[in-house]
Design a protein around this ligand. Structure first.
Ligand code: GZL
Length: 317
């Protein structure tokens, strides 16, 4: 539905007039600018969005930015030019969105933030932000460590951070540090980005092992893909992942459950990518003139290796 038609419908709704079916029935068009295809999580998120659009009868214009902000901005500008009804996107990083979001606002196209947030102060630039509480995910990881780690004395932690400047990387670090600072024997001795990918996670873990070797007691990875890459590096260094080095990661993708069943990963904090149905419902509510909550938080759990085998058959991503 184009902008003019939407304005007229909103005015008719405000005046309490019935909308003639033919007038309101044209297909809702949603433009979605995706981060990329960097991880199992992202692949599942894309699949959820595409299948939910199909089920909802929504026309989806989809772009993959290959983890580049300039590509996402280009895609959003194209959606504005095409006069889509709603724009959705998962910002690859938190900053640098003000200009393009003001362009969408000027074009009277509502924007939904899905998965990740932006650090813009003017929150009229988006209608709602739906996704996980990344700080809480970091806290869950920290709490699990303090409650379950059996080693005595100082605990040397290495950290594989997500994409530099992204909301999940910033917030997962913040939440984890907030919890472990309660017990000073837990120390992060090395911390570097693995950009949420297996390949980079392996490469950085190789460097950590070269520098610190058997001193490393714990790996905290901001996502399962980097943890799985790190597991390969740990095994190639002749150490036992999940035993010599306790490994904590986030997402809860199938690969993590398989690693936990193999005894190579100790725990994965759930971060659900299945945001498609919520996103489509929000787009439909906007078309119907409803107001949305500013924040929709995804409900999530935590899966230690002991429950992995039982839980795997229930996993949807
Ligand atoms: C989190 C999402 C992160 C995942 C990674 O909601 O933005 O990006 O944790 C993904 O696996 O690459």
């Amino acid at each position: 539905m184009n902008a003019q038609r939407r304005t007229v419908i909103a005015a008719m709704l405000a005046a309490g007039l019935p909308i003639p079916a033919a007038f309101a029935d044209d297909k809702l068009v949603l433009g979605f600018a995706q981060v990329g295809a960097e991880s199992e999580w992202r692949t599942a998120n894309t699949e959820s969005i595409k299948s939910a659009a199909k089920d909802a009868g929504i026309e989806l214009k989809f772009s993959d930015a290959q983890q580049k902000q300039e590509n996402q901005i280009k895609a959003i500008r194209a959606f504005i030019a095409q006069k889509v009804d709603v724009i959705g996107f998962s910002p690859v990083v938190e900053s640098g969105w003000g200009t393009v979001l003001r362009e969408a606002k000027a074009a009277k196209i509502p924007v939904i933030l899905s998965d990740r947030a932006v650090d813009e102060k003017d929150d009229t630039l988006w209608v709602t932000f739906m996704g996980s509480d990344f700080v809480e995910e970091g806290r869950k990881a920290g709490r699990w460590l303090l409650e379950n780690y059996k080693g005595q004395g100082d605990v040397a932690i290495v950290e594989l951070q997500g994409t530099v400047g992204s909301a999940p990387a910033i917030d997962r670090k913040k939440g984890f540090e907030e919890i472990i600072k309660a017990q000073p024997r837990y120390k992060i001795i090395r911390s570097q980005t693995g950009d949420f990918t297996r390949a980079k996670g392996k490469e950085v873990m190789e460097a950590f092992l070269k520098a610190e070797g058997k001193k490393i007691n714990v790996l905290y990875a901001h996502n399962d893909d980097m943890a799985i890459g790190a597991i390969q590096a740990i095994e190639e260094a002749g150490m036992k992942p999940g035993k010599d080095i306790t490994i904590i990661s986030i997402d809860g993708v199938k690969g993590a459950f398989e690693a936990m069943i193999a005894g190579k990963l100790n725990v994965s904090v759930e971060c659900s990518p299945l945001l498609g149905p919520q996103l489509m419902q929000a787009a439909k509510d906007l078309k119907a003139g409803k107001t949305l909550p500013k924040r929709i938080v995804t409900k999530e759990s935590i899966f230690p290796m002991e429950v992995a085998a039982k839980e795997l058959p229930n996993r949807k991503y």
